[in-house]
Design a protein around this ligand. Structure first.
Ligand SMILES: NC(=O)c1ccc[n+]([C@@H]2O[C@H](COP(=O)([O-])OP(=O)(O)OC[C@H]3O[C@@H](n4cnc5c(N)ncnc54)[C@H](O)[C@@H]3O)[C@@H](O)[C@H]2O)c1
Length: 254
């Protein structure tokens, strides 16, 4: 029961990695506040946790909206752990084909949400001189592949997290980043079914020949949020099966 009694607010819990983090944290004693704008599936996440004996409340909200984020934290009360996980790639694409409107939307959902939620969480963490924040970036931020707005937002998350760590360590607060490689979540699997050539090309870049699982990311988030990671602050941790470590030059790296 590593996180016994720790109130943990997680964004993007209706599906995928966020749902898995919520389920995993609940089994270690955390009280989950599950936030997503997909009310139906988010309530399902909460119901799954409660049916397994865990504690979870679901909040329906848009994490890119300042008004909604204020409402979320007013309802949640004091937070011990924040996991900024919600994101989107909808409307994103190659830089020269991207509209300003879609850029703004993706940046708002992927990056502004992290700023808004972090700011509100710090208000309850700083006075108590304790707190852990785990932000979901992406291998995209370390590599520069397609999806211009998403990649820029995920790079911004790394910088914002390191700034948070540097400024708030004196208050006993830690902030770390996970950079997943391709993870077989529902949405990514759907995406690669629709873009099979891209999926095959991408899989070939993985030195182990396979994508990761939502459980791989949840395990890392649990470690970073727990006291086991007490001296890990401002770290950027790839969970990517050596994708970003490899040269991807076949003759040099067979
Ligand atoms: N799956 C991957 O391959 C992969 C790879 C690298 C990084 N990541 C990162 O991991 C995190 C989770 O990825 P995933 O694949 O589980 O994503 P997903 O698309 O399956 O889930 C994202 C969740 O966020 C919610 N959401 C989106 N916008 C929201 C908003 N404005 N307000 C509230 N909720 C909102 C969605 O409803 C959804 O439930 C994301 O930050 C993603 O960028 C994923």
């Amino acid at each position: 029961m590593k996180l016994k009694g720790k109130k943990t607010l997680i964004t993007g819990t209706a599906t995928g990695i966020g749902r898995e983090i919520a389920l995993r944290f609940a089994t270690t004693g955390a009280e989950i506040v599950a936030v997503d704008w997909d009310e139906k599936n988010n309530k399902d996440t909460a119901a799954q946790i409660i049916s397994r004996g865990g504690r979870c409340g679901a909040i329906t909200a848009d994490v890119s909206s300042e008004t909604d984020v204020t409402r979320i934290f007013d309802a949640a009360g004091q937070i011990d752990i924040l996991i900024n996980n919600a994101a989107t790639v909808q409307g994103d694409g190659y830089l020269m084909e991207l509209s300003g409107e879609n850029w703004d939307r993706v940046l708002a959902i992927c990056l502004k949400s992290v700023f808004l939620c972090t700011r509100e969480a710090l208000k309850s963490m700083v006075p108590r001189k304790a707190g852990a924040i785990v932000n979901l970036s992406s291998a995209n931020a370390l590599m520069g592949i397609n999806l211009a707005a998403y990649t820029a937002a995920k790079g911004g998350i790394i910088s914002l997290t390191r700034l948070t760590a540097a400024h708030y360590a004196r208050y006993g607060i830690r902030a770390n980043v996970i950079c997943p490689g391709t993870i077989g979540s529902e949405s990514s699997e759907l995406y690669y079914q629709e873009h099979p050539e891209l999926g095959a090309q991408l899989r070939a870049l993985y030195p182990g020949g396979q994508f990761g699982k939502v459980q791989d990311v949840a395990a890392c988030a649990l470690f970073l949020a727990s006291d086991d990671a007490a001296f890990i602050n401002g770290a950027v941790i790839p969970v990517d099966g050596a994708l970003t470590a490899s040269h991807r030059i076949p003759s040099l790296n067979p």
